[in-house]
Ligand binder design. Sequence first.
Ligand code: PLP
Length: 393
Amino acid sequence: PSNAKPRGRQFFNNPGPTNIPDRVLRAMDRPVMDFMSDEFVAIHHACHAGVKRVLKTDQGLYMYNASGHGAWEAALANLFAAGDTVLIIETGYFSLGWAEMAVNLGIKVETIAADWRKGADVSKVGERLAKDKAHEIKAVLCVHNETATGMVLPLSDIRRAIDEAKHPALLLSDTISSLASIEYKMDAWGIDVTVGGSQKGLMLPTGMSFTGVSNKALDVARKNKAPRHYFHWELMNGRAPQKFMGTAPVHMFFGLQESLKMLEEEGLDAVFARHARLAEATRAAVRAWAADGKGPQLYGQSPDRLSNSVTTVMMPEGVSSDPLRKVAIDRYNLSLGGGLGPLMGKVFRIGHMGDLNEPMLLGCLATTELAMKTAGVPFSPGGVDAAIDSLAS
Ligand code: PLP
């Protein structure tokens, strides 16, 4: 019957949310707990410390009952008032989204425009800031890993550009699809606010997000008179013992405690190396599909900017990715990401972040080939072989 549930395990290769490991699910499968109890406060504090280790920061951290959009808004609401100006580096759909939020909060947004396939020219950030003698630009905003295009930004270069321009602008970075998948060093890279979320590299359900906050940013927030409440860092500081606004989501913390344990058992460097390996194999497969010039190809055109957590694959001219994704999920139970905004139908995305290993990736790549055949998408054969060669080397 057409409504029969597909057999076997679903292969889930969306670039967020990601696979929730059984260990995390089991850790969450327990009775509720008083969120003011000593037992929970200890779990909360351990999780705070763990997230700070993943962010590589010794500075502030605030967590919210909200998806990543909440942490985006927390950063903007605490630091800026209507009429302030920020500079955002265009990367794709998510940089546009953060910019739109800023505009809706009354913040003036200037953009360093960029070709989404090539990535932004970081020297333009320094040039723009050097011209801003009155220091009207309060901050530079960027998305470390643009989940829509599968491209990264060199954050330490951006920090250097700000410093070389001798400009006091804060640096805000969205690490929602890079954290715990790709190297991230909040303090060493001079990031003032890091926006993160639960549902990608941290392998948790969606619904909790957080901001790492530098002492410099906290100082700016203290002086900011703009109205805010739910995300107000100073108010949260007063909410001892947890610094949480409202009821703390205890089950999210049970899961977080386990996922932090998993990350630290593997070791963050090994986690990053695993993601690099899986990403390289994915790119090898896509390059093979594109070999005769008629198949899908890598969307990103700057080899040193290609993401290790998500690969965006551009469809051949005139071929939509929608039927391919539909065949993949309906017939083969493989979930692939779609194109966002102007890339809708033009690309599909292979998420390879979070709890993923070689067999899971190879299953995804082989099934993507199968779905391309079924859906009549032209491609050169040999993608899976190329991925195996890449993994074996
Ligand atoms: N920023 C990036 C880079 C993202 O990938 C996403 C979601 O995929 C968001 C922001 C928005 O986060 P959320 O969907 O959790 O609100």
